[in-house]
Write a protein of this length. Structure first.
Length: 82
């Protein structure tokens, strides 16, 4: 993946996450895209209340990963770095 392709994919991921952000914001949280690997695994960082929440694992699979894979089928997975 070229640097331009990577930046384009990161931008698309960020836009797709706008579907999830309102649900996170209700509880005082947010999510930030840090990187997309060459294997198309999205690296995110939980922000605000999400960074210490016990529900992030469920939110990751049921909310974030499902949303991204539905909107961007080329995404193979999502991992949190915090």
């Amino acid at each position: 993946m070229t640097p331009d392709e990577k930046q384009d994919l990161i931008a698309k991921v960020d836009i797709a996450l706008n579907d999830v952000r309102p649900h996170l914001a209700i509880d005082g949280g947010d999510i930030e895209v840090l990187n997309v690997s060459d294997a198309k695994i999205v690296e995110i960082k939980w922000l605000g209340a999400c960074s210490g929440c016990s529900m992030t694992a469920m939110t990751m699979k049921a909310g974030v990963e499902e949303t991204l894979k539905r909107r961007l089928p080329e995404i193979t997975g999502v991992v949190a770095v915090n």
